[in-house]
Design a protein around this ligand. Sequence first.
Ligand code: SAM
Length: 295
Amino acid sequence: MTKDIATPIRTTEILKKYNFLFKKSLGQNFLIDRNILRRITETAGLTKEMNVIEIGPGIGALTEQLAKVSKQVIAFEIDQRLLPILSDTLYDYDNVAIVHADILKTDIMQVMAEHFEDTTAPLKVVANLPYYVTTPIILQLLHAHLPIDTMTFMLQKEVADRISAIPGTKSYGSLSIAIQFYMKAELAFIVPKTVFMPQPNVDSAVIHLTKRKTPAAEVNSESFFFEVTRSAFAQRRKTLWNNLAVRFPEIKKQKDKITSELAAIGIDLTRRGETLSIQEFALLSNFLGKFCEQI
Ligand code: SAM
């Protein structure tokens, strides 16, 4: 099989040949537009010197394009029914390894050591993510501390907006901070529903994340910083003080002292979480962390 997979005719042929029925529960919306695939690989900035990890190859539409422009591809697919299809559709590409696994339960580092010939080559992640599980997958990849340079994802437009949001906007929240702490986030382009088979219910977008050399702010404890940001957004309409006092009730007795000391470093606790930059959240969590240790 040598014709590109991502056309409506070719995809339909493949699905028929294997009697394949989509599983909605696995977020199976396959790309059938070569132009969108070209734009995804261009956004990822791939070259033949780079290794790629793909999550959810489906019938191989994106995998095929990644294989053409990169050194090696490892693609993790959860649905066993797709394995014989992939060995057929990707037969011509000897630089692709399909791994039957749930990406959320896999030791990615170990799989890379088994399959990549050159584990020192720059590493990119590119995927049309299963929409039911986009956020856990991205957070898992970030926390696995893999040597990733960039990640390029197709996902729901609403999630792309939240990931790339800046302070003071409706979409800005703890997800924006969880990702932008480690990565620069850029919304690359919007994708219409018509390029998928079957068509999803929501609009999609491609987002490009670039690893920062160092995190966006200096924090004494990353886990405490993320806890503070999550609690600051627990109820968006509440002030910082009200949200924080629910999560850290021990601060209530010292409200005046905390309020004035934080005001001195530029954090007004009557603000709402959505107005604080990552750097301001770092100041807040470093202060609160020390304060909570003392009481
Ligand atoms: N890459 C293909 C494309 O663009 O046409 C398919 C993308 S489809 C949106 C998502 C794919 O992820 C499906 O093939 C699905 O079976 C797979 N998938 C779903 N959950 C997964 C998981 N936890 N781990 C690995 N693959 C998963």
